[in-house]
Write a protein that binds this ligand. Structure first.
Ligand SMILES: C[S@@+](CC[C@H](N)C(=O)[O-])C[C@H]1O[C@@H](n2cnc3c(N)ncnc32)[C@H](O)[C@@H]1O
Length: 231
């Protein structure tokens, strides 16, 4: 396995169970929908993963573009939403062909940690071109520098307790500890950013940005940033 895209394209153990996956994507969809300002909006979910609840996001906007780099994930997403006229599925490369200034809201949730600094800079620049002048970019689930694996584990266990999948969560933690995830985390690592660093990165890419009060999803030790194009 060469990179995190390969990992997400594999049969991984990130979700403890089907129920965990459903809960995760419902939470994400609810939070993304909260950023949609108009029913006429065109929304981009950049590296959307399985996007199981994308149908709910699509109910709040005119068009939802789901972009995903992992080819098997992407074809499952395309098959899942083939009959939803509001949802379009693309690779990340295909986003370059979209018209400039066509997106009202772009969301990049739980992705920045898997990208190199250079990949993130390129993605921020590419998304900026796609955004309308008053469009916004939301970068969610960013790992702060001090965040260790134990904080993630505790956040998962709290979610599991609340939604009744504690046993599955405990089992999946053991599986994950023995899996490619742990090896990849040790070899490839994950990118962490302080709030100031992420805001500076967004500013360098041509946005003005602030940290949101609440992170997208269940893990409030991680951070979300809301950015608007400058010019
Ligand atoms: C934790 S999942 C997040 C999926 C979804 N956005 C969510 O919030 O559930 C990480 C996503 O990042 C994508 N990814 C991994 N490495 C990447 C990279 N270098 N560039 C772009 N996307 C990447 C994976 O394919 C996967 O869809």
């Amino acid at each position: 396995m060469e990179d995190w895209i390969d990992y997400y394209d594999s049969t991984h153990t990130i979700y403890a169970s089907k129920h965990h996956r459903d809960v995760h994507f419902e939470l994400i969809a609810r939070d993304i929908a909260g950023y949609i300002l108009s029913k006429d909006a065109t929304v981009l979910d950049y590296a959307c993963g399985e996007a199981l609840s994308a149908g709910k996001i699509a109910e709040s906007c005119a068009e939802l573009i789901l972009a995903e780099p992992a080819p098997k994930v992407r074809s499952r997403v395309a098959a899942r939403f083939a009959t939803n006229p509001k949802i379009i599925v693309h690779s990340l490369d295909e986003l370059r062909d979209l018209p400039a200034g066509s997106i009202d809201l772009a969301v990049m949730n739980s992705v920045a940690q898997y990208m190199t600094q250079h990949q993130l800079e390129e993605a921020l620049t590419m998304v900026k071109r796609l955004l309308k002048a008053d469009g916004q970019l939301v970068v969610g689930d960013v790992l702060p520098p001090e965040l260790g694996m134990m904080t993630d584990v505790l956040a998962l266990l709290r979610l599991a307790t609340k939604h009744g999948f504690l046993w599955d969560a405990l089992l999946s933690l053991v599986k994950t500890a023995l899996s490619d995830y742990r090896q990849l985390r040790a070899t490839l690592g994950l990118q962490h950013y302080s709030a100031a660093d992420m805001i500076a990165k967004l500013e360098a890419a041509g946005y003005r940005a602030t940290r949101a009060k609440i992170n997208i999803g269940h893990n409030q030790a991680r951070m979300t940033f809301v950015a608007h194009r400058i010019g």
